[in-house]
Structure formats: structure tokens, C-alpha cells
Design a binder for this molecule. Structure first.
Ligand SMILES: Cc1cc2nc3c(=O)[nH]c(=O)nc-3n(C[C@H](O)[C@H](O)[C@H](O)COP(=O)(O)O)c2cc1C
Length: 358
């Protein structure tokens, strides 16, 4: 059914218009209890044997929704009803901003991929706070911290800290996004000089906000386009500042493998072509840190086997965005059914058995 709809309707331009309509529908459905219950009845996955304990939190299973889909925290209940065990909202900026001019989202159907140059369009931190305050939370929520386009790089720490202060009570964990390719200069913030300052400021803010209790987890989301030496710098800082983990990875600007008519579009590539690079980076981080950091693996998850590969590479949790769009509402249910089947085939009864030895 979804495949038919996708082929005949959803895959038509404009990709972003369809996305906006879907989000609007999900927001409404999530707000109506019987409709949400129906979604849950049809799409909720069997999660037996898949529970994960990570970041001091409990997850029904390892698969969450990646950042960028629910930018303004309007459809967490619906995404939870579709089976995701956690949702990362945002990226949230202090001030509302329109993002880049349209078109800025391109569907590459044959490659099972997207190129996007959204540029953090969003309603800003106050609107997100309003939405999160009204939420009856049933799964862990992560908040992706961003900076406004107009904010100079030198002032980025203030932006990240402003969003953290505004939304701290409503998030279970926070991710500093220094890796989107669509905000000019943002990825420079992954370099030692900038990241050091950002993490110093965020850790100090975290400490103040925790007010004597345990601070909430902070993670850093990295780009797949970094060299190993650049990744080493991020890891060194992450360990030094006792960051909880790394989200690997954001989209790539490397479009070399694509044949598609949109291959030349500027922006970040997500989906199938990103999968192996993301796995390679996860393996590297796990090896370099001896499993000390919690890795959230993201990039090209379309099936239970893709989740398996990321967990085998060293991820504790995983996320997907593009796979959901191509797979439709039964995406999580099908992926987890395959993951459970794979565990049975391989004679593994706990996901922790998948972790490689450091
Ligand atoms: C349209 C679109 C918008 C995105 N926006 C964000 C964002 O705001 N913040 C962020 O950290 N990642 C963002 N991402 C990246 C995803 O969170 C994810 O890292 C990437 O798409 C790889 O996962 P996937 O292959 O499952 O899509 C976006 C991705 C897409 C396709």
C-alpha cells in the first residue's frame, strides 16, 4: 500500500511539500487519542528482548528517529506510536529562521537517498519549549542544539548554551550539532579551537542547570567527511570533557557515487549511499575509545540487518530518517521483526552480545 502510494503520489515533486503535509498529518493524529491508539495497534513493533539501557535511560529497543524530521517537536506522540523508541527533535536554534530558499530537498529514488540543504528552518527555541511543555512524554526525547545562521562562529557557544538553558527541563539528552553541511561554516566548529570553547561552555551550563544533581547526557554529532585525525581530535575532547557520546553521522557532501540527476545539487546526502561510511566511522570511534563513549549510529538504516551492522560496529543506539520516508509507517515494525529474526538465526538473546570487544 505504502509502496503504491509512494510510487504514484509521494515520490512526485515537491519533496518538501509532501514532507510538510506528512508532518501536519502526524501532528494531528498524535493529538487525537483514538487515532494514536489505532496507529499504535497497527504499527507497534514486538520489542521483546530488545530493551537497551544507555545514557542512564531505558529504551524499549535501539531504534530512534534522527534529528531533522521533527524540527519543532510537534509529532513526538505519533512517532512513538509508529514504534520509535526515542525521538531527537530539532535542530533547534535560539531565534526562528526560515532556512535556505526552496527547493532545498531532493529525492534520489534510485539511490534510496536524499540531498538536502534545509539550513535549519525552524520555529526557534521558545516555540519548541511551548510544544515540549504540552507533551505527555512516553519515550526518551533528545534535543539537537543549533546556532542561528546569522550568529558569527565565534559566538556559537552562546547560541548552543541559550537553547540548552531554554529546553533543559524537557530533554533527556542533548546533542550539539556541529556537523550540518548547510549552515555556512558550521562544520568548522568541529575543529579543536572551536569545539574546545563550545564544550567548555556547554559543560559549565550543564553543571549549573543540574543544580547539584547528575547532569543530563551531552553528545556531539559529527560529520562523515572528517579525516581520521579530525575525528581523533573530537574524540580526545569528548573524553576530556566527559561527554556521554557521539552521534555518527550527519549527512555527507561527497556525492561521487551518485548517478542521479540531482547529484550536482549542493547539500548533505543521506540514506543508502551513506551507510558504509557511517559504519566505518562507528567502528573507528569504538576502537579508538575502547567502547567508553555511547555511540548513536545513524546513516542509511533501511532494515533490521542495517541495525545489526551498526550494533556490530559498536553503536549502542541507532537512528533513521531517510529509511522511514522510503519504508513508510511500517518501517520500525518491519526492521525490528528482522532484527529479532536475525538474533534468533545467530543464536543471540541479548543485544549487548553484539558489541564488539574493544
Ligand atoms: C531533510 C533532512 C533534514 C535534516 N536535518 C537535520 C538537522 O536539523 N539536524 C541534524 O543533526 N541532522 C539532520 N539531518 C541528518 C539526519 O539526522 C541523519 O544524520 C542523516 O540523514 C543520516 O541518516 P539517514 O541516512 O537515516 O537519513 C537531516 C537529514 C535530512 C534528510
Amino acid at each position: 500500500m505504502y509502496r503504491f502510494l509512494y510510487r504514484h503520489l509521494l515520490s512526485r515533486p515537491d519533496a518538501e511539500l509532501i514532507h510538510d503535509l506528512t508532518l501536519g498529518g502526524l501532528r494531528r493524529v498524535g493529538g487525537i487519542t483514538p487515532a494514536r491508539a489505532l496507529l499504535e495497534k497497527v504499527f507497534s513493533p514486538n520489542t521483546e528482548g530488545l530493551a537497551v539501557s544507555a545514557l542512564g535511560l531505558q529504551f524499549a529497543h535501539p531504534l530512534g528517529l534522527a534529528a531533522g524530521f521533527d524540527k519543532n517537536a510537534t509529532c513526538i506522540p505519533a512517532m512513538n506510536a509508529l514504534g520509535f523508541s526515542f525521538v531527537e527533535v530539532g535542530t533547534v536554534t535560539p531565534q526562528p529562521q526560515p532556512g535556505n530558499p526552496r527547493p532545498r530537498l531532493f529525492r534520489l529514488t534510485a539511490d534510496e537517498a536524499f540531498i538536502n540543504r534545509m539550513g535549519f528552518p525552524g520555529a526557534g527555541q521558545e516555540a519548541v519549549r511551548h510544544n515540549l511543555r504540552a507533551l505527555r512524554k512516553r519515550c526518551p526525547v533528545g534535543i539537537s542544539l543549533g546556532k542561528n545562521k546569522a550568529t558569527p562562529l565565534a559566538d556559537a557557544p552562546q547560541d548552543y548554551c541559550a537553547v540548552l538553558h531554554c529546553l533543559y527541563p524537557y530533554g533527556d539528552f542533548f546533542v550539539v550539532n556541529v556537523s550540518s553541511p548547510n549552515t555556512p561554516g558550521l562544520r568548522e566548529l568541529q575543529t579543536r579551537e572551536h569545539l574546545d570553547t563550545i564544550l567548555t561552555s556547554l559543560k559549565a551550563s550543564m553543571h549549573d542547570l543540574a543544580n547539584g544533581s547528575q547532569a543530563k547526557p551531552l553528545l556531539v554529532k559529527i560529520s562523515p567527511d572528517m579525516t581520521w585525525a579530525e575525528i581523533d581530535t573530537v574524540l580526545e575532547l569528548a573524553l576530556r570533557y566527559q561527554i556521554s557520546g557521539v552521534v555518527a553521522t550527519n549527512t555527507t557532501t561527497d556525492h561521487a557515487a551518485l548517478q542521479n540527476q540531482y547529484a550536482g545539487e549542493v547539500g548533505g546526502l543521506s540514506g543508502r549511499p551513506l551507510r558504509e561510511r557511517s559504519n566505518e566511522i562507528i567502528r573507528y570511534i569504538y576502537r579508538q575509545t575502547g567502547g567508553e563513549l555511547c555511540i548513536i549510529g545513524v546513516g542509511g538504516i533501511f532494515s533490521g540487518d542495517d541495525i545489526w551492522d551498526k550494533l556490530r560496529s559498536g553503536a549502542t543506539l541507532v537512528q533513521a530518517y531517510t529509511g522511514l520516508i522510503y519504508g513508510g509507517p511500517a518501517f520500525v515494525k518491519k526492521a525490528l521483526a528482522r532484527l529479532r529474526q536475525r538474533m534468533r538465526e545467530e543464536g543471540i538473546d541479548s543485544l549487548s552480545a553484539l558489541r564488539p570487544s574493544p
